[in-house]
Design a binder for this molecule. Structure first.
Ligand SMILES: [Zn+2]
Length: 305
């Protein structure tokens, strides 16, 4: 069972327009000064997202072509950070439940709740675990909170009770949000206080890698996902990044993640599976690729072999 541990629904409901706005500005400012205006304008409006795929059909077709059996679909709660620009959180949960129902056995949904929603947010999270089959929690600290914020303690207590892993965004993101609270060390206090909960540092295999690796090396309940490795691959650095993680003995702490539909403009899901091992002569053996794609996620998710 091959698992993509980090995906999103390819809709403007799940990844709102405002999320992509600052990124376009950033890309343009990095361009050489003598670039023709035509090229400058060519930066796509919805950087990376591609066509809408509200039902997940396009995603499943790509998973099939890539041999991916199961994808974790992460809900991000942007509601407090981008008020009025995303649907009601309960509606977003319903859209993700519909995705899982339409493609039985292909998606595990991780609920996303901003801890500042208080008791109603906590109740929504509990209902998602107990009644709706959600299997974990997704947190997006750039929205304005620390992953070690004490207001998350009751959420983590539920995760411990339900054996639900937590995926936490780390590293920079859209310039529309703060980068505070996005360093791997921001997760440490929570991971220390909740040893019975598995914490996945999203993008941890590619950003702040030294700090992320240190945490994964010394905390049994901290893992890294590969999402964003596509950019590393394009820069020709993925093989060496992966090699350093392997040297530290961390292959069992890595989970395969693509961040679908982000990066889709640079390749299909099948392309990324091919490139996971770091290319020809890459550092990973076939067995180690299997750990990342199959054994590691299976253990964290408590799936049958
Ligand atoms: Zn993501």
């Amino acid at each position: 069972m091959k698992v993509d541990f980090h995906t999103h629904l390819a809709t403007l409901e799940a990844l709102p327009e405002v999320f992509f706005e600052g990124q376009r500005d950033n890309i343009r400012r990095l361009m050489p000064p003598d670039l023709p205006a035509k090229v400058r304008e060519r930066v796509p409006d919805r950087f990376g997202l591609g066509p809408e795929d509200a039902l997940g059909d396009r995603h499943v077709a790509e998973m099939d072509a890539a041999g991916i059996d199961l994808a974790v679909s992460l809900i991000i709660d942007f509601g407090l950070a981008f008020p009025g620009q995303v649907p009601e959180l309960t509606d977003l949960f319903a859209t993700h439940r519909a995705l899982a129902d339409r493609h039985p056995g292909r998606f595990l949904v991780f609920a996303g709740v901003d801890p500042r929603r208080g008791v109603p947010g906590l109740e929504l999270f509990e209902r998602s675990l107990v009644d709706w089959g959600c299997r974990g929690l997704k947190l997006y600290p750039p929205c304005g909170f620390s992953p070690s914020d004490r207001r998350l303690d009751p959420f983590y207590a539920l995760c411990a009770e339900h054996r639900a892993p937590v995926v936490i965004h780390t590293g920079p993101t859209t310039p529309k949000l703060s980068f505070a609270h996005t360093h791997p060390s921001d997760v440490d206090d929570a991971a220390w206080r909740f040893p019975g909960v598995d914490f996945v540092l999203a993008h941890g295999a590619v950003v702040h890698t030294e700090a992320a690796a240190l945490l994964a090396e010394y905390r049994p309940n901290v893992y890294l996902d590969t999402s964003g490795f596509q950019a590393e691959h394009r820069r020709g650095r993925w093989g060496s990044t992966l090699g350093r993680l392997k040297e530290r003995g961390l292959v069992r702490k890595i989970l395969y993640g693509t961040d679908w539909p982000v990066h889709r403009q640079y390749g299909t899901q099948a392309t990324w599976i091919e490139r996971l091992a770091g290319g020809d002569g890459g550092p990973l053996s076939p067995a180690e690729v299997r750990w990342i794609l199959e054994d590691n996620p299976r253990e964290i998710l408590g799936l049958e072999r």
